[in-house]
Write a protein that binds this ligand. Structure first.
Ligand SMILES: C[S@@+](CC[C@H](N)C(=O)[O-])C[C@H]1O[C@@H](n2cnc3c(N)ncnc32)[C@H](O)[C@@H]1O
Length: 372
């Protein structure tokens, strides 16, 4: 919740009579306070107004501890207060609880519980040498709880965009879709609900949350999603669900997945994947994606691009993720022009480019395979 300086504060800040960095410090503490409130279930608890004493009894906490936490959350806009009663504000209810399907809480959890501990040990190397030494994915390794926090965070962020992005992809009914780096499965399920057959491909350790996402769907949707583990830079992307669609002679390796010169997918998604890779890797990955397309198939790239900034907040967001990609992945935000060039060298032509009101700075590029 943005800290809102009052009139006197704003005059002092503008005249440089007060240290503006203190507002960032307050914001940093407020983020941690919000995550503590989420750990306690405080925002759900305060759907109805309650006093600190009642909360302390219900949440098995110290009354003074709850009061101090709640007071900071009031000052920073997460909670409201009416006399001794605290309540969850509309902003918090909409964006940090399950009240209406736009809960970004797991994204904050991911940052505080996963990214920040990783960050402390890797930011120095990343900034001094341009290489954090290991990616956050390698650092997570086989840490199941860490992967769960991570994919739940990605899924929370994706939830805002699944519908508008699916709309932008048009009619996907009966399309064969490959979701590379599909992570949590929210996009895969979103498209499967619209009748697509989706193969989600991700690192084997990363698939736990995707399994849960798929398991929560009715059988008609579940049956349309296949989860597959591996490395999209090196694995054969042609036949990931084992149904290679040829004459059954798997010994005859006619290229990726026995499809000879043709791939099998109508649509390949690369959503929030390219930022982890340098230009050579991006070009290679887009080439591999294009090779797995059927004639006339499409590649869809969703990401934050370095040159996009329709609003001031979008500019800040792009600068934040650019540094975050460097520190966590040795990666970067790419220019849309560069992505268009890599797509062109993979034989694809961009046919659509869309932005989304809910996620300033995010762009979807859709490109068609021109090879017949
Ligand atoms: C930022 S997440 C994006 C998840 C989802 N596509 C979205 O847009 O919300 C990037 C995903 O790429 C996966 N990934 C990274 N490197 C990979 C690789 N070499 N092979 C397969 N998946 C990879 C990660 O495990 C992670 O799930």
């Amino acid at each position: 919740m943005p800290i809102k300086p009052g009139l006197v504060d704003r005059i002092a800040l503008r005249a440089n009579l007060a240290p503006a960095a203190m507002t960032d410090f307050y914001g940093g503490v407020a983020l941690h306070a919000a995550v503590t409130a989420m750990d306690l279930g405080l925002f759900e608890e305060l759907a109805e107004p309650r006093s600190a004493r009642e909360l302390a009894a219900d949440l098995d906490c110290d009354e003074r501890g709850i009061e101090s936490l709640a007071n900071l959350l009031v000052e920073t806009g997460y909670l409201g207060r009416d006399g001794v009663l605290y309540y969850t504000t509309n902003r918090t209810r909409k964006w940090l609880t399950d009240a209406n399907g736009t809960n970004l809480g797991p994204w904050l959890w991911f940052w505080v519980d996963v990214v920040l501990p990783y960050w402390r040990d890797h930011v120095d190397a990343a900034v001094r040498t341009g290489d954090p030494g290991e990616t956050i994915y390698d650092w997570l390794g086989e840490d199941e709880a860490g992967w769960e926090r991570t994919q739940e965070g990605f899924r929370a962020a994706a939830t805002l965009l699944v519908d508008p992005v699916s709309d932008a992809l048009g009619d996907v009914s009966e399309l064969r879709v490959l979701d590379l780096g599909g992570g949590h499965g929210a996009y895969a399920v979103g498209l499967a609900r619209r009748g697509a057959d989706v193969t989600l491909f991700d690192r084997p350790d990363a698939l736990g949350v995707a399994s849960e996402t798929v398991a929560g769907e009715p059988a008609a949707v579940r049956d349309r999603v296949t989860l597959s583990g591996g490395d999209y830079m090196t694995d054969d992307l042609g036949d990931l669900d084992g149904d290679d669609g040829d004459d059954g002679d798997d010994g005859d390796d006619g290229g990726d997945g026995d499809y000879g010169d043709e791939g099998r997918y109508d649509l390949v998604l690369l959503f929030n994947v390219l930022h982890a890779h340098d230009p050579d890797e991006c070009e290679r990955l887009l080439g591999r994606a294009a090779d797995s397309l059927s004639p006339g198939g499409r590649i869809a790239v969703l990401d934050q691009f370095a040159d996009d900034g329709p609003t001031r907040l979008a500019d800040v967001g792009i600068a934040v993720v650019d540094l975050a990609y460097l520190v966590t992945l040795g990666g970067r935000t790419h220019e849309t022009g560069a992505v268009r060039r890599w797509l062109a060298s993979a034989g694809c032509r961009v046919t659509d480019s869309e932005t989304f009101r809910r996620a300033p700075g995010v762009r979807l590029l859709v490109a068609e395979n021109r090879q017949q």
